[in-house]
Write a protein that binds this ligand. Structure first.
Ligand code: ATP
Ligand code: MG
Length: 450
């Protein structure tokens, strides 16, 4: 029904860049105030009560038009960050280059931004916006947003959408269109390139030709962006529920290879030796679409596994035992992961634990399997082993052993790990190594297995 109406809204386009407000009434867009989250509704009404303008803006309006459940709600207002801060007890101002207020209502956080405009934002010699904290009218604010589909303002009291750039039309046509002059907008903020990748991938939109054309030329500028900001944006792409589609868009839109190591790794997913990446993305997309939880550390561990695995192999070839070799490999990559790639410590810690537990699966005798099972990260590390198995990088028999072991009762487990059983062999293609007989250190059995 919405689609039918949306198609009616598709006259030939003209005057895209002119700012002429269109007011779209409820009977045409069908977005009712009840479709907003409790917090979004509350924040808008409180701002209204205090005498300010306030609209739900951006991705939420776009998603509601498309019949997709919004990920979060953003609010735009003419109140300054300080004024917003005073109205809501549970709120804080964040950001320097671009100040916004986080308003907490129950478990939700609403991002409240003040209309941007007035004097031009501060730019550097390359045209990049360094600071944008001058405030203006709603029309000016709409002009500063990135894509037409994101410059829609929904007023829940009147149940109207204010549309300054034919955004509703572009949503209906499934078209991603940059507001203003695309090349200049990418220069102002190169991250808009990654947003074009993510939004076109996630929404299944075509990137309009004018919007797509300058991307290949300006994508190199992403290299100068703060690595933490790039990481955040890549994370959004990975966890959009449409990671594989976004990956296609990276290639279609012509992003070069060397912007960020995570993007480079993602781009290599098509290569056969990096199949673990496409498998992980497929699982992630499926889980997210089924509303299941996903672990960031786990997915990152998979995306960067081919690189870690290469180091692991090198250290083993240099004579290290598997566990020592993986520790060396992890240490070699640790600083690069955290500082060079901007992976926050909480994620990199999970990645390291998952990786470091991999060689432990090779031991199926004595007390070691019991100890591994008791580890907090066992489940993630086991799932990772299964993922490796799907690419032929871990032994299927061994995986089956661990599947049986974790579901067995205590007596069966003891029987399975009895020292007289031959040990399974995990390593991919590694020949079973002949072990030197060790002298018994203790009668506990742990070191006794030969
Ligand atoms: P999502 O569904 O991922 O939340 P979104 O479009 O809402 O997508 P946000 O990061 O939540 O993305 O941003 C909210 C709004 O702020 C956008 O819809 C857009 O209008 C504006 N915006 C965000 N980033 C930029 C940018 N780099 N340049 C211009 N406008 C931006
Ligand atoms: Mg949003």
């Amino acid at each position: 029904m919405l689609k039918k109406w949306l198609h009616k809204m598709l006259p030939a386009k003209s005057g895209r860049q002119t700012v002429r407000k269109q007011i779209i009434p409820f009977r045409e867009h069908r977005i009712s105030a009840e479709m907003l989250s409790f917090a979004a509704e509350k924040v808008v009404s409180r701002l209204h009560e205090a005498g300010f303008q306030a609209y739900v803006v951006g991705g939420a309006v776009r998603d509601l038009l498309l019949g997709v459940e919004p990920k979060d709600f953003d609010v735009a207002t003419d109140a300054t960050p300080e004024q917003v801060r005073k109205i809501f007890r549970r709120s804080r101002i964040i950001g320097r280059r671009f100040q916004i207020v986080h308003v907490m209502v129950g478990p939700e956080t609403i991002e409240v931004t003040t209309f941007r405009g007035g004097d031009k934002a501060v730019q550097n010699a390359q045209g990049r916006i360094m600071k944008d904290n001058t405030y203006g009218s709603i029309e000016e604010d709409a002009m500063r947003r990135d894509f037409t589909c994101n410059a829609l303002y929904y007023d829940p009291i009147r149940q109207e959408i204010l549309d300054f750039h034919h955004g509703v039309q572009d949503v209906a046509a499934g078209r991603l269109v940059m507001i203003g002059e695309p090349a200049a907008r990418y220069q102002e903020d190169p991250v808009r390139i990654l947003r074009a990748v993510r939004l076109s991938g996630k929404l299944g939109f075509d990137v309009e030709e004018r919007t797509a054309a300058p991307i290949a030329e300006y994508a190199g500028r992403l290299k100068h962006e703060p690595v933490a900001r790039l990481f955040d944006e890549i994370l959004k792409l990975l966890f959009s529920g449409h990671a594989r589609k976004c990956l296609q868009q990276i290639n279609t839109l012509g992003l070069p290879d060397d912007i960020h190591p995570l993007l480079t790794a993602l781009k290599s997913a098509a290569k056969s030796e990096n199949r673990i990446i496409s498998l992980a993305l497929k699982n992630t997309d499926e889980r997210l679409r089924a509303d299941k939880s996903v672990s960031v550390g786990f997915v990152l561990a998979a995306v960067l596994w081919p690189q870690l695995n290469r180091y692991w192999q090198q250290y083993r070839e240099a004579g290290y035992k598997p566990a020592a070799a993986i520790n060396e490999a992890v240490n070699t990559l640790k600083d690069t992961i955290e500082q060079g790639w901007g992976v926050p410590q909480r994620f990199s810690a999970t990645m390291r634990e998952i990786w470091q537990l991999q060689p432990q699966f090779e031991h199926t005798r004595g007390a070691r399997p019991h100890r591994l099972l008791a580890q907090a990260r066992f489940r993630a590390a086991y799932d990772f082993l299964v993922l490796r198995g799907q690419t032929g990088d871990a032994d299927q028999q061994l995986i089956q052993w661990w599947t049986d072991f974790q579901h067995a009762d205590e007596s069966v487990r003891t029987e399975m790990t009895a020292a007289s059983r031959p040990e399974k062999n995990a390593a991919s293609g590694d020949k079973p190594k002949r072990r030197r007989r060790r002298r018994k250190k203790s009668p506990s059995g742990e070191n006794a297995a030969a």
